[in-house]
Design a protein around this ligand. Structure first.
Ligand code: NIG
Ligand code: FE
Length: 411
């Protein structure tokens, strides 16, 4: 199946195939071809360039993209979109003045979601989750990472990861699965956190590795959750099974999570709402991608990750939704890109780089998606007619996407 897009107003994020990510000042450059063509063959980006050199090949479909732009799909490198039920009543508690920690200490929060998930069948969990996956695909996401972490028992964690596996099989979108057994300490282990960490390492991890259910391992490294030492122990245990880490750090406090991530070559350190100059220094000369989650800051009313300082220090930055029932109940990357511009003062170019190529890197998919490059998957979207690329983040909350393509197929 061959599709030829003609007269594209701007073909955005055009890069050589081997670019892994962009950092520092480079992030403000978003390579584009004006008045372009794009040829897709068999789900893969085959050729592109200026209209003047558009090849006269035989195709199955020609799309006139006059006035419209084409971008690579959003790459959402941090979600918890497999969950059961919702936390709408906690949302109202929060409006009435309770903090994230207040809610957690009265039995709400992650443990509340875990209780609901434990009582939900795998079939039902799959049905609830696939609706969310379909929703984000329609919003332009073309690669996604999904975490476990609302199970908190061996069986329930495996149930979540099997649901992710089924989503991988049923949907034509790259999905990476992350094991987050160390998301919160269940009540049964309240007075014996050490034993829970042992359960994660000695019982959950071997079974998950045996079934090949996890691409990555994660820990919520935070005061009141898991310490830096526990995080290191869990990351090292993952490494023994060849599973790389991507970790939750610095959401509320800077306790050394960034350093432990960098030291153990975590693929990404995510959240970073509270970031010290030392944390920024630790990220320099590392292979670890810092990931900001502005939807979480927006929803919880906590500080935004200092993305400006991160980029100005010469570092890369990725953006993701954190789609989850407690701190970011939205998987809309378009909103995330807007919020990054409006609240974190990223330029639209920086935000789009952070939400595409850098997001792809943060889940190990940079050779498949994240840019318009020869040989990459034709996971992309055609916009409605746009004045300029700036219109995307500027009109926050509107949907500027006209048509989504995954592997060159209309969705
Ligand atoms: O990334 N901070 C830890 N985990 C999730 C929130 C989980 C929840 O509240 O259900 C996050 O924000
Ligand atoms: Fe998260």
């Amino acid at each position: 199946m061959r599709i030829l897009f003609k007269n594209i107003k701007a073909l955005v994020q055009v890069r050589p195939t081997d670019v892994k990510y962009v950092a520092g000042q480079e992030m403000d450059l978003l390579p584009q071809i004006a008045h372009a063509f794009l040829l897709i063959d068999d789900g893969i980006i085959k050729e592109f360039g200026k209209m003047e050199v558009c090849p006269g090949v035989e195709v199955d479909e020609t799309v006139d993209a006059s006035g419209k732009m084409i971008l690579p799909s959003w790459c959402d490198s941090h979600t918890h979109l497999v969950y059961a039920g919702n936390r709408e009543t906690e949302f109202v508690d929060k409006i009435n003045g309770l903090s994230y920690q207040d809610i957690a200490s009265k039995g709400g929060g992650i443990l509340n979601s875990a209780k609901t998930l434990q009582e939900t069948t795998e079939e039902d969990l799959y049905a609830q989750s696939k609706t969310r996956l379909e929703e984000i695909i329609a919003l332009g996401t073309g690669a996604v990472e999904i975490k476990s972490g609302y199970g908190l028992t061996t069986d329930a964690e495996i149930k979540m990861l099997r649901v992710i596996k089924r989503l991988k099989q049923e949907y034509n979108i790259p999905i990476k699965a992350t094991f987050l057994g160390a998301h919160a300490v269940p009540n049964a282990f309240k007075n014996n956190q050490k034993e829970y960490v042992q359960l994660v390492i000695d019982d959950m991890l071997p079974k998950i590795a045996k079934e090949n259910l996890a691409d990555f391992i994660d820990v919520f490294c935070e005061k009141g959750y898991f310490s830096v030492e526990e995080t290191a122990t869990i990351i090292k245990a993952g490494k023994k099974y060849g599973i790389q880490s991507k970790i939750h750090v610095n959401q509320f406090t800077s306790i050394g999570g960034v350093q432990v991530g960098v030291q153990h070559k975590a693929l990404s350190v995510d959240h970073l709402e509270v970031l010290s100059p030392k944390d920024i220094t630790a990220l320099k000369d590392s292979t670890t991608m810092p990931v900001a989650l502005p939807g979480c800051s927006f929803f919880l009313g906590i500080p935004y990750t200092p993305g400006r300082a991160i980029i100005d220090a010469g570092l890369p930055l990725a953006l993701a939704t954190d789609y989850n029932p407690g701190s970011a109940p939205s998987g809309n990357m378009n909103f995330v890109v807007s919020a990054a511009c409006i609240k974190m003062k990223l330029t639209p170019e920086e935000a789009i780089n952070a939400a595409t190529i850098n997001g792809a890197y943060a889940m190990g998919l940079e050779s498949e998606v994240g840019s318009i490059s020869i040989g990459k998957k034709a996971n992309l979207f055609l916009t409605k007619p746009l004045n300029s690329i700036y219109a995307l983040p500027y009109h926050f909350g509107t949907n500027a996407i006209e048509q989504v393509y995954l592997n060159g197929k209309k969705i």
